[in-house]
Design a protein around this ligand. Structure first.
Ligand SMILES: CC(C)(COP(=O)(O)OP(=O)(O)OC[C@H]1O[C@@H](n2cnc3c(N)ncnc32)[C@H](O)[C@@H]1OP(=O)(O)O)[C@@H](O)C(=O)NCCC(=O)NCCS
Length: 160
């Protein structure tokens, strides 16, 4: 296995101002627009960690905490929280800021993305281990491991 990488080495931030073509007639931004940004942030994170091409295998616990409107600044941050053999679980947080109001950023969406690293033939390939440096990282790692084990079990039983 390649050298371990620290969680902080995987931090990624993508930001975008939401525009009218991304919204419905009432000015609410479509959920899919934000999910695409989250997928990109998770992908960048996975590539930073593995140095390989990565694909999205799964999205879990995706929650929409509040609506987002045209003109808002959306900031998407992501980090690797757990790694298996070829898979990585990435936590993605979306915060929204109404620039005109001057109010602080608010949590808008969050979710966990499982990304799988592929070799040149398109087969899953081993990724570096994850170096845990804080208690919070340890907690997220253990929660990630529990989800990873439960997906494996479901897949083995053909329920996924
Ligand atoms: C993801 C994919 C490469 C896995 O291929 P596979 O032949 O099932 O590979 P494996 O069974 O060896 O699993 C590889 C890893 O993926 C994980 N995995 C595969 N499917 C998963 C799922 N549905 N949920 C969570 N993890 C999954 C496995 O647990 C394994 O992790 P590990 O190596 O860390 O233990 C394959 O299903 C695929 O190509 N899916 C489509 C991906 C895609 O096109 N995404 C959208 C565009 S990016």
């Amino acid at each position: 296995m390649a050298r371990e990488k620290a969680v902080r080495e995987t931090y990624t931030e993508l930001a975008q101002v939401m525009l009218i073509h991304q919204a419905n007639a009432a000015g609410n931004i479509h959920g899919g627009e934000i999910m695409k940004l989250m997928d990109s942030a998770a992908g960048v994170c996975a590539i930073k960690h593995s140095g390989k091409i990565c694909v999205t295998a799964r999205v879990d616990e995706l929650q929409f905490h509040r609506p987002i409107y045209v003109g808002s600044l959306v900031t998407c941050t992501s980090k690797v929280v757990y790694v298996g053999k070829s898979s990585m679980e990435i936590y993605v947080l979306v915060e929204v800021e109404d620039l005109a109001s001057g109010r602080p950023r608010e949590k808008a969406l969050s979710g966990y993305f499982t990304m799988v690293a592929l070799d040149k033939s398109g087969r899953p390939t081993e990724v570096p281990g994850l170096k845990i440096e804080t208690e919070e990282e340890q907690t997220l790692f253990e929660e990630g491991r529990a989800r990873y084990k439960s997906y494996k079990l479901k897949r083995e039983k053909g329920k996924n």
